[in-house]
Design a protein around this ligand. Sequence first.
Ligand SMILES: *Cc1c(COP(=O)(O)O)cnc(C)c1O
Length: 234
Amino acid sequence: MSSLQDAFRHVQTLIDEAKQNGHRTDDVSLLAVSKTHPAALIREAYELGQRDFGENYLQESLAKISELADMPDIVWHFIGPIQSNKTRDIAEHFQWVHSVDRLKIAQRLSDQRPAHLPPLNICIQVNVSKECSKSGVALSELPALVMQIQQLPNISLCGLMAIPAPEDDPEKQRAPFKVLREAMEQLNQQHGLHLDTLSMGMSDDLEAAIAEGSTMVRIGTALFGRRDYSEKTQ
Ligand SMILES: *Cc1c(COP(=O)(O)O)cnc(C)c1O
């Protein structure tokens, strides 16, 4: 058994245990975060059955997407910060975007989504740790942003995403995830929406995220090992 296969089995076991502990029988999907890792490793993961991959850096991801174009059912998720001059490439090459936190970006993604493709799946990134994060819409501004994004023709608004501040204590890790889940529940109740995606949980906090209702964990390090940024230029 390859070490990558070991890592996928280990992460799947962690997900299954967390679901069991949280008495959950619904799905928690695994998004494999492949940023900084080569296309060959993604191909290996694909051959193990993984289909969803998350990328943060546009130039790097476009090179990998084209290199892996022979795998038609691979699903690409953009999860990094988005500058407006990057939206066209994202709209053309990705099926999901998890890091939308302002209307202008959502509008551009909708405008630039090619007509032959289905609507782009989007999660709105919410700032659940006020002190330290620059990304994500404030909770107080979330309902208005949701209502505006809902109107966009080529966007399918699926749910919410958050990256809480790092926290070692597993019990304390749950608080921001709870905030995100309750925000989604409130949006659904008060505005008659059917949001169903909570993109939350990374290698160090996936158990807490699943305990609080995560439907998609974004896992990099626990699958692919530590990232080497030394050659990164962007
Ligand atoms: C890098 C990254 C991850 C994966 O983090 P790990 O700790 O390596 O699992 C998840 N989500 C986002 C938005 C990321 O940038």
